[in-house]
Design a protein around this ligand. Structure first.
Ligand SMILES: Cc1cc2nc3c(=O)[nH]c(=O)nc-3n(C[C@H](O)[C@H](O)[C@H](O)COP(=O)(O)OP(=O)(O)OC[C@H]3O[C@@H](n4cnc5c(N)ncnc54)[C@H](O)[C@@H]3O)c2cc1C
Length: 463
């Protein structure tokens, strides 16, 4: 259908200020953090020069209520118009690139309150994760996993686009009992709301929005801890790594993150230089009650731990460790090596040091590794490591020479598991060997295959 007829129908269905058609306004809404991937940045540049700033989009729609969302979805379904979903645009895997033109749905403005109760926090999918943490804390609880973008990212965007974060070293990943329930809107002429239990909602997790539009989310909330940000200095990466492995595998310890960094990488942590010196480092957020026990273990591994500051949701007085770990590690590594690309590598839990050492031997200084763990039974199973309790989860940074292609080829040859953040194809992601449940949910919630068309290659399309 012609763009102007589609826009007219949208204007009939929605207040006019919910619809943007201006090229620069629409183009700005397709920007996220995918510049962190050199290959995605190149691909986007090529598309922009071939297709223009709007990347084929006819308009962007920003509904403010469930009724407005339903009205816009109904127009798109009737006209069989492709849809791209976006939250806050903090993701970095090309996830809000429109793959088939049509409409972009900006889902940041859905109205609704963040409500916390005993053991849960519930909110519209548009709510900012930090606001869920604030609400949970007022009930003596906390969000089990916080993406490090928690100050700006939406909870819907994290569930659909992210999977781990602060807390994963204790509570696992998005599939590990973090989400108690989720409500979806189907993409049909008469859109329906489907409330899904945790198990039924699983195909929505980290599948980039393909399986439906999240409108409400309920997270489980464990009891609140008093977290302290900690910096560790160690004579070598082996020492830092051994400490990290011990404290991560010992189930008595709870932490939001423990991540060992090589000495070369640690030099990029300029704000911590006085503590780290010239050696390797560990960045951690620990339960303050366990600091002394953790410090003893660090001493046994030749290092020392220093309390940096209490972790706080509100703006802390010093730069936060939370802004140096998980996804935020990419920023300071990129400052050191602007040409770096990243790969999520999962060494064999039974002997992670073997895989990490082999990678360093092969790539030397062109590869910067970290050592951290997540306690994710779901990911352990998905990656075929049955029997392990903790999963080593390294985000490796590789320089342009030899490049990300060489690292991926090496992992393939050596049988090292990884997750590829340079593609938004579900089948190529590395975590979804069997996509049948994702395909089945999408067939029910998006029968015309309008959301993110092409991202789930096996999706079924009703005529
Ligand atoms: C510096 C940095 C640090 C990061 N740290 C982490 C981290 O610690 N852990 C982690 O998991 N990720 C991390 N990420 C990735 C990203 O920030 C998170 O995934 C984030 O939670 C995405 O939320 P968002 O609101 O910005 O979503 P967007 O980027 O707007 O969208 C992400 C995906 O979700 C889909 N989506 C958005 N809203 C909805 C909805 N309502 N219904 C269905 N689908 C929807 C979009 O289509 C897209 O596929 C990081 C990224 C950067 C750049």
């Amino acid at each position: 259908m012609s763009g102007s007829v589609l826009i007219d129908k949208l204007r009939d269905a929605l207040p006019s200020d919910r619809i943007a058609t201006g090229a620069s306004e629409v183009a700005a809404l397709t920007r996220d953090q995918s510049w962190l991937s050199p290959s995605l940045a190149d691909a986007r540049k090529q598309r922009l020069s071939a297709e223009g700033a709007q990347l084929g989009l006819q308009a962007a729609v920003a509904p403010r209520s469930i009724d407005e969302l339903a009205a816009a979805v109904s127009v798109a379904a009737l006209e069989r118009t492709p849809i791209t979903l976006r939250g806050a645009g903090t993701s970095n895997f090309g996830l809000i690139d429109p793959s088939a033109g049509g409409l972009l749905f900006d889902l940041r403005n859905l109205a609704g309150d963040v409500v916390a109760g005993d053991g849960f926090v519930r909110s519209p999918a548009s709510a900012i994760l930090g606001d869920l943490e604030r609400a949970a804390r007022s009930h003596g609880a906390e969000v089990p996993i916080l993406t490090t973008t928690y100050a700006t990212a939406t909870v819907g965007g994290w569930i659909a686009g992210g999977h781990v974060g602060l807390g994963s070293s204790t509570n696992g990943a998005v599939w590990d009992g973090i989400v108690r329930a989720a409500t979806l809107m189907t993409v049909e002429e008469s859109p329906r709301l489907l409330k899904l239990s945790a198990k039924a909602a699983e195909p929505l997790f980290h599948t980039f929005g393909v399986a439906g539009i999240l409108v409400e989310v309920e997270l489980a909330t464990p009891r609140q801890r008093s977290w302290v940000e900690v910096v560790g200095s160690f004579p070598s990466f082996d020492h830092a790594s051994a400490f990290t492995t011990e404290i991560s595998r010992d189930a008595r310890f709870v932490h939001r993150v423990v991540a060992a960094q090589e000495a070369a990488a640690s030099q990029g942590l300029r704000v911590l230089a006085d503590i780290i010196g010239t050696g390797a480092s560990v960045l951690a957020i620990l339960d303050d009650e366990q600091f002394d026990d953790a410090h003893q273990i660090a001493t046994r591994h030749g290092g020392r731990l220093v309390r940096w500051q209490p972790w706080a949701l509100e703006e802390p007085s010093r730069p936060s460790i939370a802004a140096l770990v998980y996804g935020h590690r990419m920023y300071w590594v990129k400052r050191m090596y602007p040409d770096a690309a990243f790969l999520h590598i999962y060494p064999d839990p039974h002997d992670p040091d073997h895989d990490l050492r082999a990678l360093k031997q092969r790539f030397g200084d062109a590869l910067l590794i970290e050592n951290k763990y997540i306690r994710s039974p779901w990911m352990v199973r998905a990656l075929g490591f049955d029997g392990a309790e903790t999963l080593p989860a390294t985000v490796a940074a590789i320089r342009a020479d030899p490049g990300i292609g060489a690292l991926i080829a090496h992992c393939d040859e050596a049988g090292i598991a990884y997750q590829n953040p340079h593609t938004h194809s579900i089948e190529e992601n590395g975590l979804f060997g069997d996509v049948s449940r994702i395909v089945a949910l999408k067939a029910e919630t998006d029968p015309f295959n309008l959301i993110h068309r092409g991202r789930l290659a096996s999706a079924r399309t009703r005529a």
